[in-house]
Design a protein around this ligand. Structure first.
Ligand code: HAX
Length: 437
């Protein structure tokens, strides 16, 4: 049995050597170019950062350490965290050790509940989650050891410590946010006999006699774990961590990014859209009615939530996995039926509309329907569920960044005047070379 710490300690020297050699031998080779449009256009497609935990080929969707996410749907979040960090699929012993470690660290300090209880009753659940993470920053091992004097090559060790403590507490904190914010009663304590996902399901307090809700949560937490390095939350986390801010600061920053409606918050908007369809048509609409509703949304200048993606150009395999789960367990659920119908209709509407580069569903198009089915009906909470999972990827990326000694991130910005001059001088150069030839 190899602990996650031991597996990292074994792999990190190899990774460091590999990167050192790559930079030494090919450091000046070009891997990307930036156009003026990209500089104004959210840097879309610019290859200027490295993330080894996962990648998102536009025609395949998420690969976790090279394995398609569709092949990992029977894994647990513990498997996935080990895989993200080390690049190796853990055996039973490794998973048991990690599960026990999470369980040993899972006690949420009382001051977290005091802070959450004191927040205004209409606070957004994401604001509550991020606040809870920030107040725990005082316990950061990285900050403590860095202040005392820590060698750069050891930065990853207390970073991993902080990550494990934060991840161990996150399901309890997130479930507590649900119970406090939506008046469900006191937070529920974790159980020693349950895994990370099972405990999260248990602490939410949703009735689950068959264990099916826990299975749904397990799948949900696996599917949302990571999505390479350039998305808003991963990038925000990476950027903040690059200043050597500790795990609590960096994960909270990343999750603040996840709270935007074009990113993680889309899942709360998505189900809202589906339920508006259901309400307007008194149930499952006809194809014509749904087509008309989709056009109404677009003509009002709004986006259809859950559709489109900055990188993907196919149906998101995470949507496929969630849809399969729903169709297997509750094919006759009216909300699931609408989700399925939207999947048939909306891509055609978006293609005809002609704006979105990707007319296919992303992960958010289906996730809310599953949670709604099991009685978790407070939409503003959905991004918190996403966050619990995405923290796995952000933490893994941060440990690896620290291990590789990544420097503070500082791209160069330019002014519009500079770009105008650059463009004009480019034109002058082109003219003079044309006149010479
Ligand atoms: N409905 C209507 N219009 C859409 C659209 C959609 N679902 N998706 C893209 N478009 C529009 C864009 O608004 C943009 O219009 P303008 O030129 O008028 O600005 C145009 O199509 C081109 O956009 P794009 O290049 O295809 O997409 P972007 O990379 O700019 O944005 C988004 C990607 C995911 C933000 C976008 O597709 C969107 O807003 N989708 C709906 C919200 C959503 O589902 N977000 C969740 C994404 C997944 C995620 O991160 N989850 O956390």
């Amino acid at each position: 049995m190899t602990t996650i710490q031991a597996a990292l300690a074994r792999n990190i020297p190899k990774w460091r050597e590999e990167v050192r050699t790559l930079i030494k031998e090919h450091g000046n080779e070009k891997v990307s170019e930036v156009t003026l449009r990209q500089a104004y256009g959210g840097m879309r497609g610019v290859k200027c950062m490295v993330c080894d935990t996962s990648e998102v080929p536009p025609d395949q969707g998420l690969l976790v350490r090279g394995t398609p996410i569709g092949q990992l749907t029977n894994s647990t979040p513990e498997d996935i965290f080990y895989l993200l960090c080390t690049g190796e699929m853990p055996g039973t012993g490794e998973v048991e050790a990690l599960r026990k470690d999470f369980s040993d660290r899972s006690q949420v300090p009382d001051y977290v509940w005091t802070v959450l209880e004191a927040m205004p009753a209409d606070s957004h659940p994401m604001c509550m989650l991020d606040t809870a993470i920030l107040v725990m920053e005082r316990e950061s091992k990285f900050r403590q050891e860095y202040t005392e004097g820590l060698k750069k090559e050891d930065y990853w060790k207390p970073t991993l410590e902080d990550a494990l403590t934060l991840l161990a507490r996150l399901p309890a904190v997130a479930a507590g946010v649900y119970r406090i914010r939506f008046n469900k009663g006191k937070p529920i304590d974790p159980r020693k006999d349950l895994d990370w996902a099972g405990n999260f399901a248990h602490m939410l307090g949703i009735k689950d006699p068959s264990g099916e809700f826990a299975d749904c949560i397990r799948l949900y937490l696996v599917l949302h774990c990571d999505h390479e390095g350039g998305n808003v939350s991963a990038h925000a986390c990476h950027l903040v961590a690059s200043a050597l801010s500790d795990t609590y600061y960096a994960v909270s920053a990343g999750l603040n990014g996840l709270s935007g409606p074009l990113h993680g918050l889309a899942n709360q908007e998505c189900l809202g859209w589906i339920l508006r369809v259901q309400e307007k048509f008194g149930g499952v609409p006809t194809d014509e009615q749904l087509t008309e509703f989709a056009w109404e949304t677009l003509k009002a200048g709004k986006v259809i939530p859950g559709y489109g993606h900055a990188v993907l150009r196919v149906t998101d395999p995470r949507f496929t996995a969630l849809r399969e789960f729903g169709m297997k367990h509750f094919p006759d659920d009216p909300v699931m039926t609408i989700v399925d119908k939207v999947y048939r209709i909306v891509p055609e509407v978006l293609k005809e509309h002609g704006k979105a580069k990707n007319p296919w569903p992303n992960v958010d198009a289906g996730s809310g329907a599953l949670l709604y089915h099991y009685g978790l009906r407070e939409f503003p909470y959905y991004t918190v569920m996403f966050s619990v999972s995405r923290a796995l990827g952000m933490c893994a990326q941060m440990v690896i960044d620290r291990a590789l000694g990544e420097p503070i991130e500082r791209p160069k910005s330019v002014t519009t005047d500079w770009l105008k001059t650059q463009v004009n001088s480019g034109e002058r150069l082109a003219e003079s070379s044309a006149s010479r030839s």
